[in-house]
Design a protein around this ligand. Structure first.
Ligand SMILES: O=C(O)CCC(=O)C(=O)O
Ligand SMILES: [Fe+2]
Length: 295
């Protein structure tokens, strides 16, 4: 049975109808979802009244999670030794953290355009956010299609950036927010990781720009030149025609492919309203430099 897909944007993003995710989909439906992710990169499932277990079960049906219940003990240990050292979807009891709690911990970083976990050697594949409580207005999440952005680049620029290797770290993204003080342990934990600037997406057979606020260097380049280029690319790639803005309703589940998109949280007026969005993240298969490029 093919999924019922309704496009939400001329380039990417679609709504998926006819699925009740309280019952974890089997392998055939998951394969359909993967195919739809390859095509659309962002999928919106409305009206899904899930709890943490059901959301995690859906994630696990699609592939290995970045943080699983099996790693909760290790995770508790890391939290005890400084929550700032860790970034995770889980709290100390293994419950999913609300995005706002993660945001408080990670200093508004979600409001910068980014790709999840690009600061990890093996970054994230899919992320899914589930809306438990939403404020009356504001607080959208915006997504930008990094395949369409790549396609639209001038050929000269493509040739210039095609083989570049960037370095990503939480220290770089937090630096943009004014954070500068780190312990030696934190510096070690957040050591920059190399990533390709241009990726090959096997599912869609398309290239994508792998951009993120976590980028702070391009290997072999002086920092000012590197960051001027990265800023230009981010501006280019997040022009209005490449962006889908999701306005949340309670019980929306939105899943995106971090290999093919960037996203950012938008602020909302009255921060006294709760905004409880919970995330489950799937791990990619390998560091980007170890992944195959197009033949
Ligand atoms: O809160 C949001 O709108 C987005 C948060 C985010 O970037 C994430 O959960 O990965
Ligand atoms: Fe994010």
């Amino acid at each position: 049975m093919p999924l019922r897909l309704t496009p939400l944007h001329p380039l990417f993003a679609a709504e998926v109808g006819g699925l009740d995710l309280r019952r974890t989909p089997g392998p055939e439906v998951c394969a359909e979802i993967d195919r739809a992710m390859d095509r659309y990169a962002v999928l919106v499932f409305r009206g899904q009244e899930l709890d943490d277990d059901q959301q995690m079960a859906f994630g696990e049906a699609l592939g290995p999670l970045e943080t699983t219940r099996g790693t909760v003990d290790a995770h508790k240990h890391r939290l005890k030794h400084g929550a700032m050292n860790d970034i995770s979807n889980l709290d100390v009891d293994g419950k999913l953290l609300a995005a706002d709690d993660r945001r408080r911990m990670f200093n508004l970083g979600n409001q910068l355009w980014h790709s999840d976990s690009s600061f990890k050697a093996t970054p994230a594949k899919y992320s899914m956010l589930h809306a438990r409580v939403v404020p009356p207005d504001g607080g959208d999440t915006e997504f930008a299609d990094m395949r369409a952005a790549w396609d639209a680049l001038p050929e000269k620029t493509k040739a210039k950036v095609r083989d570049l290797v960037t370095e990503h770290s939480l220290i770089f993204s937090r630096g943009q927010l004014g954070f500068a003080d780190y312990t030696e342990e934190e510096k070690k934990a957040f050591a920059p990781v190399p990533q390709r600037l241009v990726r090959w997406h096997p599912g869609s057979q398309r290239h994508s720009l792998y951009l993120s606020s976590h980028i702070g260097r391009i290997q072999g380049w002086q920092v000012p030149e590197a960051m001027a280029l990265i800023r230009w690319l981010v501006e280019f790639a997040t022009q209005r025609q490449f962006v889908y803005a999701h306005t949340w309703r309670q019980w929306d589940l939105v899943m995106w492919d971090n290999r093919a998109t960037m996203h950012r949280a938008r602020p909302y007026e009255d921060a006294t309203y709760p905004r409880d969005l919970r995330r489950v993240t799937l791990a990619d298969v390998a560091p980007t430099l170890e992944q195959r490029m197009a033949a």
